[in-house]
Design a protein around this ligand. Structure first.
Ligand code: ZN
Ligand code: ZN
Length: 307
């Protein structure tokens, strides 16, 4: 049996893993691509659904326009909140989050948020001058990590959170592409990370796209991860897979099971002009929206302190 003829649930490293453009040509012909109608953000919010507002790749360019963010119950950010992870910029981003009315906010890091990557903090190499500035900023506030600056959201890094019975998992890893933070080699190293995603995840947030969904760079390269696509389609099958990273790939599609959203707000020229994408999910049986009102962000943050 070829590795591409596996049954649902089995995910192993694809023989085309290291060549995503070849993988796309060989594998993607079997893909179902269903067009998705985007929800108008002005649609009234139902009491039986949670309205999610998606941001990604804002690169320190959105903080002055909090009024441009549509209203919703929960805000999600899929990484690259900054350009180079400077603590002062993370702090500004956190202040911006504090101005938004959404009851709960979930954020992951992207490859540009280098100060969130513990291995870069330990061994900054070419990023030394930026990490030194970040260290000074943190020391002046008696903090150990930039993650502690994110007091107005839940920071997810290979971890799960739950809101009104909806399970959300976040992970920052990307295949080696333009380096910086959270880069891993294609193949087993990334699959090892995706293997941590629980089967019952409803919303998966990764910084990088899966193969073939919002992953085509302006250079014609497929930047998506084959193993991430296989994990999503063969094992996890979340309702929504949210990501960014490839600014050119902004938009949404579905395979009939999962809605794939590339929510990059910045364009390929890094102009923050792509509007936030919103979606609704029904509240599972046994849960209600009143749980949202009862969520105390400080309590949630305590359970997610320093990873
Ligand atoms: Zn970006
Ligand atoms: Zn990125």
């Amino acid at each position: 049996m070829s590795s591409e003829d596996l049954q649902e649930g089995d995910v192993t490293v694809s023989q085309y893993s290291a060549e995503p453009n070849v993988a796309y040509d060989r594998l993607y012909v079997k893909q179902r691509v269903v067009k998705v109608t985007r929800l108008n953000p002005n649609t009234p919010i139902s009491n039986k659904e949670i309205r999610f507002v998606c941001l990604s790749d804002t690169h320190s360019r959105i903080e002055r326009t909090p009024d441009a963010i549509p209203f919703g119950d929960v805000l999600l950010h899929a990484g690259d909140l900054t350009n180079i992870g400077l603590a002062a910029h993370v702090d500004t981003f956190n202040t911006f989050l504090g101005m938004l009315p959404h009851k709960v906010k979930f954020v992951i890091a992207g490859n540009h948020d280098i100060s969130f990557d513990n291995s870069i903090m330990q061994n900054p190499q070419e990023f030394t001058k930026y990490i030194d500035v970040t260290r000074q900023y943190l020391q002046s506030r008696n903090l150990k990590s930039v993650k502690q600056l994110l007091t107005n959201c839940v920071y997810l890094e290979d971890s799960t959170a739950e809101v009104c019975g909806i399970k959300i998992y976040g992970a920052p890893w990307v295949p080696q592409y333009c380096d910086m933070g959270f880069n891993l080699e294609r193949g087993q190293a990334l699959l090892d990370k995706w293997n941590h995603i629980p089967n019952d995840t409803d919303i998966l947030i990764t910084h990088g796209p899966p193969l073939g969904r919002g992953d085509l760079s302006s250079m014609g390269l497929r930047a998506g991860c084959v193993e991430l696509l296989n994990t999503v389609q063969r094992r996890v099958q979340p309702k929504v897979h949210l990501f960014g990273h490839i600014h050119e790939g902004y938009g949404m599609t579905s395979d009939g099971q999962t809605t794939f959203i590339n929510a990059s707000n910045c364009t390929v020229r890094c102009k923050c002009t792509n509007p936030p994408i919103v979606f609704d999910l029904p509240i599972p049986a046994g849960h209600s929206k009143s749980e949202l009102a009862a969520i105390n962000m400080e309590d949630v943050n305590l359970t997610h302190k320093e990873t």
